[in-house]
Design a protein around this ligand. Sequence first.
Ligand code: NAI
Length: 333
Amino acid sequence: MVKAVVLGAAGGIGQPLALLLKANPLVTELGLFDIVNTPGVAADLSHISTPAKVEGYLPPDDGLKKALTGADIVVIPAGVPRKPGMTRDDLFKINAGIVKDLATGIATTAPKAFVLVISNPVNSTVPIVAEVFKKHNVYDPKRLFGVTTLDVVRASTFVSEILGNLSLSKEVVVPVVGGHSGVTIVPLLSQSSHPLPAGIATSDYEALVKRIQFGGDEVVKAKQGAGSATLSMAFAGAEFAGKVIRAVKGEKGITAPTFVSLASDPAGAAALTKELGQELEFFSSTVELGTEGVVKIHPLGTITDAEKALVKAAIPELETNIKTGTNYVAEAY
Ligand code: NAI
């Protein structure tokens, strides 16, 4: 029995994500919460012939608490998306408050749930959830994840485009490490399961890195003010949630890049810290998942000089983003 809950379930990401979770046969209960429209979304999804029982809740009458009761996994795509010209960090002020309130709800109602944060800026919203959980004495770093899967999905797609065969995209695995905004997104293309063409021009390699780092901008621009990535994000969120659910149900050897606290695996963190040359509280690396959440944070391994330079460039921004999230909660209480 797995109860999955989506907070922000009526939104551009929330609705297709809820659809994909409803289609996951391992999900037996699906709780939907939003400040608008969840009864309609839930009624619609409830007619789909898959096992999950669906319920939609709004804020009145303890809706958040009802949605979260008994939750095993909570996915958070609540918040405001980017508009043209906005960076993910511009979203911070609005989304920080939303995430803090939802995290408080989880801490008090479903403190053991696995929490998957999609709301941007992920580099700051994940530390916010961690700090809120600490305030409520329920923080287990192994159970908190920033969803960076869209970067991984984009890397697979763009690499397979370069290889001239989109049907490879399901198989292409590129570790994407660091964080989840701009230069903090570091694709380790040298470790791609399907190598780039031999002798790829430096300018083409650099353009590919940039496209993976700023892929979200392509969508923001194409949507002309109507929002940011929603459908690809829902796909990515459902992929990652599906992995967490399979791991929690006992499947072994499941790995995925995700933005986690380095306190979730001190031994793995020590090796990673050595590679990074400095301590960070959170970092996205390939993580092995298990019944209790994080099992092992993998090191970066052998990377090229170009990738070392990308990691180096990511660290200061990552550090600032993490501090922004942590300070927000310190000031709020
Ligand atoms: P949207 O505006 O379409 O949907 C957001 C939903 O959150 C709305 O239905 C809204 O009513 C709801 N909401 C607002 N305050 C709430 C609260 N206090 N409690 C519950 N629900 C609340 O936005 P969209 O496009 O779905 O994006 C959602 C978030 O995901 C944004 O922060 C966006 O930046 C982020 N995002 C993250 C990505 C990632 O890779 N991690 C990729 C793309 C977007």
